[in-house]
Design a protein around this ligand. Structure first.
Ligand code: G6P
Length: 366
């Protein structure tokens, strides 16, 4: 009801703005990195495994894709991420020393539960879930668990569940790194400090809302949009495109920017807004040349840059600057700006933001 919504127009907007608090809640009590954050016996399990298989659907699949970049880079453990409905029905090559990780807001998604059972039937016994509902089937079915504290999510398009999943997956990354001897005490302290500062950093991104509203009016008039990212921000581009299509019904696609030449550049005209996630990381120069390719075809760039990225607005280049570059945790900040862009574009189009047509909050049947 209206009372619960407070100053917000929709649950989705309220849930976007709850993120500083629920990220804080999800990380509450984490005073150090240790496998036991995931349950008793986790150390023993993490010692035995030499690869990770992540299974999920929808937005949860994109948090898994982000985690692949983190885990391989920081913990040096190979990771496969699979869409649950594909994995459960395809022939795959099982490996007993796999940590099977399911990611699910509801813990009741039929395909993800079936994929978990399929993995187990293939002899993979080490199971862990990142889940938002402690009493769900998923938590019952997995040996290890980390319960995110997003609270009840009403909006069909997931927002706070996604960022809390990322927070939990970062803890998993660091725990695996520690067990494998890739996390010094100094690194652990630095990461913990960055995590504790996340609520403040997210609040600073939320403060960009007025600038994002100004862009949303342009977007509302388009029928197509392209999202570009590189590295660990490629899954964030995918999630940004998913949010936009789910609630505004604008056709949106995401590509790793390096793939532009292999297809999507053919779609770029003056009518195509190209949202570019441009954190100030090692790939920024590569990304700038991708942006040039878009501009040369008349494409309109909407760039989410970090404060210190040397990208300037100009003809056909619109820039919003995130307040700080946030290193490995940068995806958690950048996705918040994309959630707001999708929300305000949908609002400008007058769609039913919290209940988009044809979609369900929890898909418990196949
Ligand atoms: C539905 C929801 C999505 C969600 C997906 C997976 O499609 O609309 O927001 O990401 O299911 O749900 P789960 O509960 O397993 O994360």
């Amino acid at each position: 009801g209206a009372a619960e919504l407070g100053p917000y127009r929709h649950y989705m907007q309220k849930e976007i703005f709850e993120q500083p608090r629920v990220i804080g809640d999800t990380l509450e009590g984490v005073t150090g990195i240790m496998p036991e954050l995931f349950g008793d016996g986790a150390y023993h399990v993490f010692k035995q495994i030499d690869r990770v298989l992540i299974l999920a659907c929808g937005t949860s699949y994109y948090s898994g894709l982000t985690a692949k970049y983190w885990i391989e880079s920081v913990a040096k453990v190979p990771v496969n991420v699979e869409i649950a409905s594909e994995y459960r029905y395809r022939d795959s090559v099982p490996h007993p020393n796999t940590l099977v990780v399911t990611i699910s807001q509801s813990g009741e998604t039929a395909d993800t539960l079936a994929a978990l059972k399929h993995a187990r039937s293939l002899g993979m016994e080490h199971t862990l879930t990142i889940c938002n509902v402690a009493t769900s089937a998923m938590v019952r079915e997995c040996k290890l668990a980390y319960i995110t504290r997003a609270g009840v999510e009403v909006g069909v398009a997931s927002t706070k569940a996604f960022t809390t999943q990322l927070a939990a997956l970062f803890l998993l990354t660091l725990s695996l790194a520690q067990v494998n001897g890739h996390l010094s005490d100094e690194q652990e302290a630095e990461h913990l400090k960055a995590m504790r500062h996340l609520p403040v950093a997210i609040a600073a991104v939320l403060a960009l809302e007025p600038q994002i509203i100004a862009w949303a009016d342009d977007f509302a008039r388009k029928e197509n949009a392209l999202f570009l990212g590189r590295g660990m921000h490629y899954p964030i581009a995918l999630e940004g495109a998913l949010k936009l299509k789910e609630i505004s019904y604008i056709h949106a696609e995401a590509y790793p920017a390096g793939e532009l030449k292999h297809g999507p550049l053919a779609l770029v005209t003056e009518e195509m807004p190209v949202v570019t996630i441009a954190p100030n990381d090692a790939l920024i120069e590569k990304l700038k040349s991708n942006m040039q390719e878009v501009r040369a075809r008349g494409g309109q760039l909407y760039v989410f840059a970090d404060v210190d990225s040397r990208i300037t607005s100009g003809e056909g280049v619109h820039v919003i600057r995130l307040p700080e570059h946030y290193g490995l945790l940068s995806p958690i900040l950048h996705v918040v700006s994309l959630q707001l862009l999708a929300y305000h574009s949908a609002l400008a189009r007058g769609t039913d933001v919290d209940k988009p047509r044809n979609l369900a909050k929890s898909v418990t049947v196949e």
